[in-house]
Design a binder for this molecule. Sequence first.
Ligand SMILES: [Zn+2]
Length: 287
Amino acid sequence: MDYSRQLTLHDFTEDHQKKLASSSVLIVGCGGVGCLIALYLAGAGVKNLSLLDMDVVSESNLHRQIVYTIAEKGQKKATLLAEKVKALNPSVNATAILTPIFSDNAVDLFLPHDVVIDASDNVYTRYLCSDAAVIAGHKRGRPVPLISAASVGYAMSIESVCLSSSQPCYRCRHSRPPRRGRERTATTTGVLGPVSGIAGTCAACECIKLLCGDLGGDLREKRLTIDVHSWTCIMAKVSGTQKAGCICEKMWSGEVDEPVEEVGYRNQPPFTDKDEKQEKDETDEKE
Ligand SMILES: [Zn+2]
């Protein structure tokens, strides 16, 4: 693979290329966001790509999952994407993971990777990925940076969490998931296809920057939101400190070694009857 065009960039060096050539990235979700991330990272020369998705290609998703074709309908997306990655750059190791991500396998899946990108279309998976990144980072003594990229409606957003032992996790900034039935998804709200592409390309850029380490700034204290309906682009300043009592703060401070139910490491779907009761109690208290 010829990387000359990125090596021509004024601050992109051979050392950066070597870093990418020894890096491993896990992409959770091979849909409209994840498929572009995989191809761009493969093009950039990221050596090992793990592609997690258990779903198959369906026609109603092709408007944004544009690397797949109608002829591939019904086939496993992760398997197809691994083949496309290899076709683009044969020097990349692309591994399809065809299992769902749950609390009992997430940490093991995260451990061998330098960066994890949550490109799932499920808001509850964001919390699972965040918790797993915290626990895996603590377990190996080195953080597991997590990029969270999402698109719904006409808007996308992206942020990076768990970048160090003192940086916040996703749960620090978004304390709890929406209640069941209130989440916005491509199925319930719709999504404009290219918006998923924007999320994917932004996530690929952020991943390359995190892996290289010194190509400008990263999103550690920023959240980028782009709304193409109003053509609004917001780079919001977000907290760079851990929330007291959050799972990340407890684990990195040594207060707990193992995740316990109270700190939020939940199976999927994470909202249990206990959660609903807790939320109702909190609502009652406010009233
Ligand atoms: Zn946290």
